[in-house]
Design a protein around this ligand. Sequence first.
Ligand SMILES: Cc1cc2nc3c(=O)[nH]c(=O)nc-3n(C[C@H](O)[C@H](O)[C@H](O)COP(=O)(O)O)c2cc1C
Length: 270
Amino acid sequence: MYSQKKYQTSLGDIMTFSNDNLSCIKIAWFLVFLNSEKKHNMAIDNYILVEGFKHLKYNPVIYTANEMMERSKNYFELMHKRRSVREFSDKEIPIEIIQNIIKTAATAPSGANKQPWTFCVVKNAEIKRKIRLAAEEEERKSYDERMSETWLEDLKKLGTDANKPFLEKAPYLIVVFKRPFEVDANGNKHQNYYVNESVGLACGILISAIHNAGLVTLTHTPSPMRFLEKILDRPKNERAFLLLPVGYGAAEMYVPDICRKSLDEVVKMY
Ligand SMILES: Cc1cc2nc3c(=O)[nH]c(=O)nc-3n(C[C@H](O)[C@H](O)[C@H](O)COP(=O)(O)O)c2cc1C
């Protein structure tokens, strides 16, 4: 599908332009460039130009059917053990682990590759306290006034209330912001695309990376979450999306006894 668009690299092609000294100098520089590309392990054959834009040759890892069976089963078993946790230990975690987790989340696909997310990591006790107090204030209003009877009924089995001590106890809070638009150096706005879908995907990968590392988290939404933008002094193009305490679970902790839907309930084959 990309035929005829591949960059022409043969010396013959270049030589057709070489009818003066200036061209010879240009060729010399081009050959130096080609050589340096090779030195950086970017052999020229590893990409093509499509409408002038570089497309890299992609070599995904290939597994046998048996290996795929094993890997898909193992990954399911790992993820099936994930639970939302609301009781945390304050045991320290090396920041590099949090950085690796966020790097993993930031591999998510995004609309037109705009990567419309910012992950704020909060370790500072004073800021965590401010977040806890503001979150509890919103949650109190939600439990007392905003949530419908049905919603409150649905929450009963989870045993949640407006108190959120884990927002101070967990060693880290990751606050995910979505960026509906970008602002350039001249102050002009540029829309991002499929922002909720993109940031939702990044958060899914974030949660799976946290679990894979052996840590626990809670997907927390003490809405409205504008207080997070104020406390963390975020720019005007960022909106709070999720608040995730991250850490080890408490020495003894309990999670609601709830079930996941069966495959038959969630899949329709065509
Ligand atoms: C978008 C979203 C928002 C959530 N908000 C909260 C929340 O504010 N507080 C809370 O305790 N749990 C919250 N949860 C966690 C859910 O209650 C939990 O995922 C669900 O009960 C299933 O449990 P599991 O995560 O252990 O499988 C939220 C989950 C999602 C996906």
